[in-house]
Design a protein around this ligand. Structure first.
Ligand SMILES: [Zn+2]
Ligand SMILES: [Zn+2]
Length: 369
């Protein structure tokens, strides 16, 4: 093929068909209508990036009808959205203390009661059954290893990493953690909104002055089994003590920089993290997921930059926290628009690929293998 005096190889043509910068050059030639359509598609570059790289939402509940829904059964809808949005992997988090959470008089999310022994564990097991049904009947793969992630991406089939938001169900029983591992959980967040025996959380009273000896045992058990440790929701002292115990990169899956101008005024201030807190996680080789609670995609990109300016692009991820709470993504169909906004906002393709999936993949490989 010849265009504007440039010989175009088969490989170049593939690249242009995926809408890269070479595609823009072709658009300046007297191309076919198909070529023009490619060049005119504003999402072509973003979609190509998602085809070429494994993309991972490092913390999600799968939207309003996802795993935290009280009523929705698993369906093919999540896989459909992932296909449509070209997103390869979701860290799909069940919330064991979900049934006892509610808003207090100050409109802050809290545990409304002390759960009776075994109650949160029973609910957690019920949610793992929900995942089994999603995987068994509705065309979503459950990834247990890096090899599974690569195979699912190569086959263009949506995959989940089973995640749990808060180990509040353990009740000092590490065998429950091992059971969760056997059921396929590969990312575990230590604390959430319910006081537990592991450590202090950001929105609760300080009762342990950080991580407890049992919390240290939990981290060591996660390392031994091969599970990513997520320190989201933990207080800064809890995180700093977790870093001292940990021998693997840590994930902090959903937050924003404390005082984020991009996010603006928010009731989530207590859940944001300081620059020092963020650097503590990054220094383990870890990554910090930025949630989707921003007024626009452009502001979300600014939020990613705020964190990247503090810790570097090797330590930032996408952790939307998509659930029934309003945010930018109630579903995954428009996911390429975020990637397009990142590229338009100044991230290189290589840096965008790290944030969109590569950084979590590094943590997963080091922790799970
Ligand atoms: Zn959370
Ligand atoms: Zn969440």
């Amino acid at each position: 093929m010849e265009c504007c005096g440039h010989a175009v190889s088969r490989r170049d043509w593939m690249w242009s068909a995926m809408g890269g910068s070479f595609g823009a050059m072709l658009a300046g030639c007297a191309g076919t209508r198909a070529e023009s359509r490619v060049a005119e598609d504003p999402l072509a570059g973003a979609t190509a990036l998602l085809r070429e790289n494994i993309s991972i939402d490092v913390h999600t509940h799968g939207g309003p009808n996802g795993i935290t829904s009280r009523t929705a059964r698993p369906s093919a809808e999540l896989g459909r959205q992932m296909h449509a949005g070209h997103i390869a992997v979701l860290c799909l988090a069940d919330v064991p203390d979900g049934p006892i959470l509610g808003r207090n008089a100050q409109n802050v999310l809290v545990a409304l009661r002390t759960p009776e022994p075994g109650f949160l564990y029973a609910y957690h097991l019920d949610r793992l059954d929900w995942v089994d049904e999603l995987v068994g009947k509705h065309g979503v793969r459950r990834a247990l290893t890096v090899g599974d992630l690569r195979a699912a991406h190569a086959a263009s089939e949506p995959a989940i990493i089973v995640d749990v938001e808060g180990l509040d169900f353990l009740e000092q029983k590490l065998e429950r953690l091992e059971e969760s591992y056997r059921r396929g959980v590969r990312t575990m967040q230590l604390v959430h909104y319910t006081p537990n025996d592991i450590g202090d959380f950001q929105t609760g009273a300080v009762t342990h002055n950080g991580l407890t000896p049992f919390g240290a045992d939990v981290i060591r058990a996660c390392h031994r089994l091969g599970v990513v440790v997520d320190v989201a929701h933990a207080t800064e002292p809890t995180v700093k003590q977790a870093v001292r115990v940990s021998t693997k990169p840590l994930l902090l899956s959903h937050t924003a920089l404390r005082g984020s101008k991009a996010q603006g005024p928010t009731p989530l201030t207590e859940r944001q993290i300081t620059a020092d807190h963020a650097r503590t996680v990054a220094e383990t080789g870890g990554s910090i997921g930025i949630w989707h609670f921003f007024p626009s995609l452009e502001r979300y990109v600014e939020g990613l930059k705020e964190m990247a300016d503090v810790v570097g692009v090797d330590h930032v991820s996408i952790g939307t926290d998509t659930s029934s709470t309003p945010g930018l993504f109630s579903e995954y169909d428009p996911f390429p628009r975020l990637v397009e906004a990142m590229l338009r906002g100044g991230f290189t393709r290589a840096d965008a690929a790290k944030i969109v999936g590569g950084n979590y993949l590094r943590i997963f490989a080091a922790s799970v293998g």
